[in-house]
Each structure stands twice: as C-alpha cells, then as structure tokens.
Ligand binder design. Structure first.
Ligand code: PBG
Length: 350
C-alpha cells in the first residue's frame, strides 16, 4: 500500500489558510533578512575605505590623462595629474596607492636598465606625490616588465629567465624606489629569493622602515591581459610567464610560496588574481593569520565593466559584491581599480 502523503499544489483556498498550514520550523533563517535594519544588524563582513589600495597608471606626457582602451574608466596619468588624483584619493580616505609606469618604448632594453634610473618616471612620481600628500601610502612594484624590451619580469639568456641575475637587478630597483620615498616595496616578479635579498639590501641601506608586500602567490594568469595594454607590454611580451608565475592548478604550492616570503621578511602577502583564487585567499589567511591582500586584477575589472557597459549586469552592485567577497574570504584589503568609485559609494552611504 502506498501511504505517502500527497502534498497538493497550493490552491487559493490553502493560501488563505496559510497561518494554520505552518511547517512548525523552529529556525527560519529568512526572519533575519526581513528588513534592511535587520540585515545590517546581522551582517558578518564589512567593507570600508580602509580596505582599499588603488593601482594607477603613470605616463610621461604633456597630456594629463589618456584612456586605457581595455579598461573602461581607467586612464594613464601624467605626474601632475597623478599628484592631483593622490590628493583626491587621500581626501576620500583611501590608505594607499600602487602606481605602475607606462615606459616610453625607446627606454626599454633587454636588462630593463631604466628601472635603476633614479630619475625615471616612477621615482619622479613617487617624489612628487610624497611631497604633496605625505599621508598616503605608496606601494611600488619591483619587477622589470615595464622596462624590458621582451616584457618579462626578469632578465633572459636566450629563452630562459635568469633567477639570480634578475634578483640582483630587482634589489637595485627596490633601493631606487625606497630612495625616492616608496613606503612599501611589492616584488611582483616571482623570482625565488627576492624578498630576502630586497629585505637585506633595504636594511643595509638604512631603509629598515620600508615594508615589503610580497606578491607571494602570483599565478600565470590570462586575467592580466588589460594591464599589459595599460603599461604597453602586450605587444612586446615574448612567450609567457609560466616558468616563474604559478600554475593555476596549484594550491599547496601557494602555501609554500607564502611561507618562504614570510621567512624571508615579507610584512604582508598578496594573492593574485583575486576572485578566481578566493580559495587561495581563504586558505592563506586561515593558515598564516598574517596581513593578507588580494589583487582584483585588470581582467576582473574589465569583465565587470564590459558586462555593465552592455547592460548585462548592474556594474555598481557587481563591484560592491565582488569586493565584499574578498573580505568574506578573509582578505585584509584589496588592490582594485574600483577604489575611488568604491570610496565614493561608501561615503555616499554614510
Ligand atoms: C608585472 C605585474 C602584472 C600585474 C601587476 N604587476 C602583470 C604581469 O605579471 O604580467 C597585473 C595587474 C593586473 O592585471 O591588474 N609584474
């Protein structure tokens, strides 16, 4: 005999009788979601302006700004404009910026020698920004890709990227940036041993207060595409970066990378890209309990902006949701091209 209870599709009559048709549940998670005041009260994660690091693009130009075609809403700034934008960022309460240079093609060579020029675009910009807005943190990439004719982060011998020879140059680049006033050196090159070498050199130069934010787990990712347009390395990059950046298939290896960078003296670690690697962010934070950052990279920004531009999603909501997701995963902060927009939005919310 079939004694299953048949639950008929609710008839208008049943809906009218709804109160007596209670399921008798003791825990109804929807109750706390019934109104905005209640949702605010039980919210587990906060996104604030203190969580934002703004990456921006520098250029040597008489023009104040030029658009980055593959990143709608992002522009390259000349030094004067970068100073103005830094003042603006500071007034919004953004703690730090991360400038990247578009280097004149004529200045690029196989060893990236312009990176060591104390009067290069980055060093001049850092000095100018520090002079005008000393209260904003300046995080400077240590990597050779904006300066090399082949677009790699290190120097090459034929097809090979040389590890130790690259570290030797990166150390000098870091010293030049620290001299110019960089508050944080962020090695993004993924050479082995560079954090320790940079730390030792900074200390020896009396720059023991300069912090290191290591791009600790940086993956060989397709999501960097628009960035390479922004700094003009897309056309020049020879081959790919898979012999030094991490394999997207690996997770235990990210733990090993972070462990080494911390042993070598990193003050903060970063995972990059961001959203496709939230599992790594969560794992690193849980494992090490150190200041952990994520980089919402150019391709992630471009995806949201392109879909929003087509009317396929609400760009502002997607922006806020994506940043909240980083916080929920355990990130202490996020490098994001949305930083000024998010800071404005948070300010408007009060
Ligand atoms: C280069 C560097 C890259 C990014 C930051 N530093 C690109 C790369 O490794 O090719 C990417 C940032 C982004 O995509 O927004 N060392």
């Amino acid at each position: 005999m079939d004694n299953r209870i048949v639950r008929p599709f609710p008839t208008p009559q049943m809906r009218q009788d709804a109160p007596s048709a209670s399921l008798g549940l003791t825990r109804r998670l929807r109750r706390n979601r019934k109104a905005e005041w209640s949702r605010r009260l039980v919210r587990e994660t906060r996104l604030t302006t203190d969580d934002l690091i703004w990456p921006l693009f520098l250029m040597d130009s008489s023009e104040a700004r030029t658009p980055v075609a593959w990143m709608p809403g992002v522009e390259r700034l000349n030094i004067e404009e970068a100073v103005r934008q830094s003042v603006h960022a500071a007034s919004l309460g953004i703690p730090a910026i991360a400038p990247f240079p578009f280097v004149d093609k004529a200045l690029r060579d196989p060893t990236g020698s312009e990176a060591l020029n104390a009067r290069n675009l980055m060093c001049r910009a850092v000095r100018a920004i520090k002079a005008e807005v000393p209260q904003i943190g300046i995080i400077c990439d240590a990597a050779l890709d904006p300066y090399t004719s082949h677009g790699h982060d290190g120097v090459m011998d034929g097809e090979r990227i040389l590890n130790d020879a690259s570290v030797h140059i990166l150390v000098q680049q870091a010293l030049a940036l620290a001299d110019a006033g960089a508050d944080v050196i962020a090695p993004s090159d993924m050479m082995d041993g560079r954090v320790g070498a940079i730390r030792a050199a900074l200390d020896a130069a009396g720059q023991e207060d300069v912090q290191i934010m290591a791009y600790a787990a940086k993956y060989a990712s397709a999501f960097y595409g628009p960035f390479r347009d922004a700094i003009g390395t897309n056309a020049t990059l020879v081959g790919d970066k898979r012999t030094y950046q991490m394999d997207p298939a690996n997770s235990d290896e990210a733990i090993a990378e972070v462990a080494l960078d911390l042993e070598e003296g990193a003050d903060m670690v970063m995972i990059k890209p961001g959203l496709p690697y939230l599992d790594i962010v969560a794992r690193v934070k849980d494992h090490f309990r150190v200041p952990t950052f994520a980089y919402q990279v150019s391709g992630e920004y471009a995806m949201i902006m392109a879909a929003a531009g087509n009317g396929w999603l609400d760009g502002d909501r997607a922006m806020m949701e994506s940043l909240m997701a980083f916080k929920r995963a355990g990130a202490d902060g996020v490098l994001t091209y949305f930083a000024p927009k998010v800071a404005q939005a948070l300010k408007a919310m009060g």
